[in-house]
Write a protein that binds this ligand. Structure first.
Ligand code: NI
Length: 194
């Protein structure tokens, strides 16, 4: 797994704790806000960094490892990721205007979950390796070749920027229906990509 410290951000680091009242409400499956596309961020300023901090506070409060701005109702191309939420010293990653440059040749199957679909965990097939360019929280251009959980997380969060949810990519219809109904979600809120 690519864990390069230079891609992490102390500038937006916040305490990794569950707040009684997280600053941003995370929208859930069925909310149409999750289906809209996010716009590019033209200027990386303090308002963008404040949004990233509030997204991190809400993410840590829900024990997540990644969150995309559309999940909190903000249609901007901004992701926060922290694969080490138990370690207070590890800074998070902030990805602004991320673009996939290429995929590796291999594919992986991994059980994904999403803070917008609490309680549902299902297998999704995706490319194993991804090469992504983005701006960091200071507006600096960055590029990362990610594999393992980081690759998985970046692809999942980037889908949110296009209004796509991981359940849209689940190919096992039986497991999908079972997982959704157990948690009271509607099949009609899934827009399958097959
Ligand atoms: Ni998600």
């Amino acid at each position: 797994m690519a864990r390069n410290a230079e891609h992490n951000s102390r500038t937006v680091q916040v305490p990794k704790e569950a707040l009684d009242q997280p600053p941003l409400e995370i929208r859930t499956l069925g909310d149409q806000v999750l289906r809209q596309s996010a716009r590019r961020i033209s200027k990386v300023d303090e308002a963008v960094r404040d949004l990233a901090r509030d997204m991190l506070r809400s993410m840590y409060s829900s024990s997540g490892i990644g969150l995309a701005a559309p999940q909190v109702g903000v249609h901007k191309q901004l992701l926060v990721i922290d694969l080490d939420p138990e370690n207070p010293a590890t800074p998070p990653m902030v990805l602004i205007n991320p673009e996939i440059r290429s995929f590796g040749s291999g594919i992986d199957t991994y059980e994904e979950g999403c803070l917008s679909i609490p309680g549902v965990y299902l297998n999704v097939v995706r490319p194993a390796v991804v090469d992504v360019s983005y701006r960091d929280e200071l507006g600096r251009p960055q590029r990362i070749k990610a594999d393992g959980l980081l690759s998985r997380c970046i692809q999942h969060e980037m889908d949110h920027l296009n209004g796509v949810l991981f359940v849209d990519r689940v190919s096992d219809e039986l497991s999908l229906n079972e997982g959704l109904s157990q948690k009271g979600y509607k099949r009609s809120d899934v827009h399958s990509i097959r």
